[in-house]
Design a protein. Structure first.
Lengths: 394, 282
């Protein structure tokens, strides 16, 4: 087992875990399965056991223990059964940065060749087709075809101040097409000088990082940064919180990076967006990658508060305590039924608020909640925040 | 043989083993990849890490000290999560640190300064720590802070073995750690109780000598005094009592790097690193 996939701090964090179990109260996976092996404490203890077996005092004196294939396989199941929601880290009394630790553990597992098959397929799609769906990357902007009154440049200009980085899910999954469509309608109406990268947009690399293939993303990072620079843009805006976070964390760029909610709030504050009065009760679901992971809680709420006639109610678990909808951390690929179980919990929570509509700022959350509600035959309305803004925008 | 000599003959190897154990753990951490120090040997990585820490500390020393007190010693996050856990933890942490500090002051002044004062008159003030006005305060502090450790340990035992919250999973290591602390505290108090109950036995044994005036034992050594009430009729070998406290205390020190007690150091680092990251992002 190669420890170089972890940082000194992460190795220290493994020893810092006192097995207090505070994380158990918040882990969505544990809430469903109730298995010790699958919760954050179980994962850390399993890793600690591997490290002690390989590098501990006993191993130094009598040689390292042979890694059992069965044990590593079990460990892989534990590590990949995670939404990467990050709530365990937020609640950890000793502040273990668990989300990054899980990512590093996945790198260790990839190195050992122990990762789910589906993940391998996804990796091949991204590295050969540059998108998560495996379709031709030139089809990235096919969703534009459904829009009326497109300008000649089809929002793919030579030069622009702002690049709208759409992301794979909104580009390829019809259920999420309304997200970029509504966002560019807003940008267009406000005469923002923006462009899409079109077929030149490649996956941001988040699915690879989330799966443990971090070293494979450099090519994608390089390409996307060059693509934005070629457009002469100084800002990139995102409707996908995972892309937004990945750019922030791994791209090391001086470009201004804004999530759609931050960008819209800025426009509202500048007085460029005003709203018609609505009569609707809504709630808001914080996407993990935008809220807990990126720390953006206030912008979407400020937008909703700025809309007259909109009655905004919080979910019982909101902001940093918001529960993952089940769509995070590639869980959909690893264990779709478990992801759906989390979505059902989320739907119950939403229904409990009495809101007519749940708004969120993540295409994956929209897909997960909506598709599960449909399967449950529940007429739940889910909207991405730009759709809602566009609906009431003057 | 002189008990001081025996003590140092055990203490020095124990400290060597403790520091070796700590280095063993740290060298394991240094096998990880440190950004900006890829390919460096463990010592090189350690130098860089210490350099970063030192530089970071001097950028905002007050903030780091405040974080150390509020977030590490008084564990604010735990306070918000569970008052019971916080109380047990804080009694243990604060008790250990305060006992350590007072013990160091007492040991240094009475063990070294008093000795040096014989040739260097400047150190004559140290007599106040040995038999003078300061001594009762030192003794009372030690008693009080040790009692806090005992109270914290009892609360932790009650929580783990009697309240048994669902989130807890007790392993051998947890039992060993708690029983170890309980034993060290109780054995210390028992020695104290014994020497209060049997002043005639300890008069010739300096290492067990009690400098507290007999009339003040009931408040300065309140818990030892309480135990002494039950020990008047019991006769034990004072050497045995001493070894029975000192040897496990030294074993406990050696045990720290190889047990969950290591979190005393590791979780302090994780908490400070987390708050520093938050501070930088803000």
């Amino acid at each position: 087992m190669d420890l170089s996939k972890l940082s000194p701090k992460q190795l220290l964090e493994i020893d810092a875990c006192t097995r207090c179990g505070e994380c158990l109260n918040f882990c969505p996976i544990y809430s469903q399965r109730g298995e010790e092996g699958i919760n954050p404490r179980g994962k850390i203890q399993a890793m600690k056991k591997f490290i002690r077996g390989q590098y501990g005092l006993w191993a130094k004196l009598f040689g390292p223990k042979k890694l059992s294939e069965e044990a590593v396989k079990k460990f892989s199941e534990m590590v990949y059964h995670c939404t990467l929601c990050g709530e365990c880290g937020l609640q950890c009394p000793v502040s273990i940065d668990s989300r990054n630790l899980w990512l590093a553990l996945k790198e260790v597992l990839v190195d050992l060749g122990h990762y789910p098959k589906n993940i391998g397929l996804m990796k091949n799609n991204i590295l050969s087709r540059y998108n998560v769906s495996g379709e031709d990357n030139a089809l990235r902007v096919e969703w534009l075809e459904a829009m009326e009154g497109l300008p000649d440049h089809k929002y793919q200009k030579e030069k622009a101040e702002v690049v709208f980085f759409v992301g794979c899910v909104s580009s390829y999954y019809p259920m999420a097409h309304k997200i970029p469509q509504s966002f560019i309608r807003i940008l267009d109406r406000l005469k923002i000088d923006f462009t899409l990268l079109g077929g030149a947009e490649w996956c941001c690399g988040f699915p690879l990082i989330g799966a443990g293939f971090k070293k494979e993303v450099q090519k994608l990072i390089q390409h996307n940064i060059e693509g934005v620079k070629e457009k002469g843009a100084n800002s990139v805006i995102f409707s996908c919180p995972s892309c937004y976070h990945t750019w922030h964390e791994d791209y090391k760029t001086d470009l201004k990076l804004l999530d759609s909610t931050q960008f819209i709030l800025k426009l509202i504050q500048e007085g460029r967006i005003s709203f018609n009065e609505g009569r609707i009760k809504v709630t808001y679901h914080d996407p993990c990658d935008l809220g807990r992971v990126s720390g953006v809680y206030e912008a979407p709420r400020a937008i909703l508060r700025a809309m007259p006639g909109v009655e905004f109610v919080e979910l019982p678990n909101h902001a940093e305590h918001c529960k993952c909808c089940g769509g995070g951390g590639l869980l959909e690929m690893v264990d779709p039924e478990l992801g759906a179980a989390l979505a059902r919990e989320k739907i119950k929570e939403i229904q409990g608020t009495g809101a007519e509509l749940v708004i969120t700022s993540c295409q994956q959350c929209v897909r997960t909640i909506l598709s599960t509600a449909r399967k449950m035959k529940i007429p739940l309305k889910v909207m991405y925040i730009t759709e809602f803004v566009l609906k009431y925008m003057k | 043989m002189d008990k001081h000599l025996i003590f140092y003959a055990m203490f020095i190897p124990s400290m060597i083993l403790f520091f070796w154990g700590m280095w063993f753990r740290v060298s394991l951490y240094l096998q990880g990849t440190l950004e900006g120090a890829e390919g460096l040997a463990p010592w090189g990585k350690l130098r860089i890490l210490l350099g970063r820490g030192w530089k970071g500390f001097w950028k905002r020393p007050c903030w780091y000290l405040r974080t150390l007190v509020v977030e590490v010693l008084f564990h604010r996050r735990l306070f918000n999560q569970s008052f019971f856990r916080w109380l047990a933890h804080t009694l243990l942490v604060f008790g250990f640190i305060a006992t350590f500090v007072v013990d160091m002051i007492k040991g240094f002044t009475t063990g070294y300064l008093v000795e040096w004062s014989r040739s260097i008159p400047f150190f004559a003030f140290a007599h106040a720590f040995e038999t003078g006005r300061i001594r009762p305060f030192l003794d009372f502090s030690l008693e009080f802070f040790s009692f806090l450790i005992l109270a914290g340990c009892v609360l932790a035992i009650i929580r783990r073995f009697f309240i048994r919250p669902d989130q807890l999973r007790t392993e051998e290591e947890d039992i060993v750690t708690l029983l170890f602390i309980l034993y060290l505290e109780l054995s210390g108090f028992l020695i104290e109780g014994y020497r209060i109950a049997h002043p005639e036995v300890v008069t010739n044994q300096v290492y067990m000598a009690n400098f507290t005036p007999l009339s003040a034992n009931n408040w300065i050594s309140f818990f030892g005094y309480f135990l002494s009430l039950f020990m008047k009729g019991i006769n034990l070998n004072p050497h045995f009592l001493w070894y029975a406290h000192v040897i496990p205390s030294l074993v406990w020190i050696v045990y720290i790097p190889h047990s969950k007690l290591l979190h005393i150091f590791t979780s302090s680092v994780t908490v400070i690193a987390d708050r520093a990251k938050e501070k930088l992002q803000a």
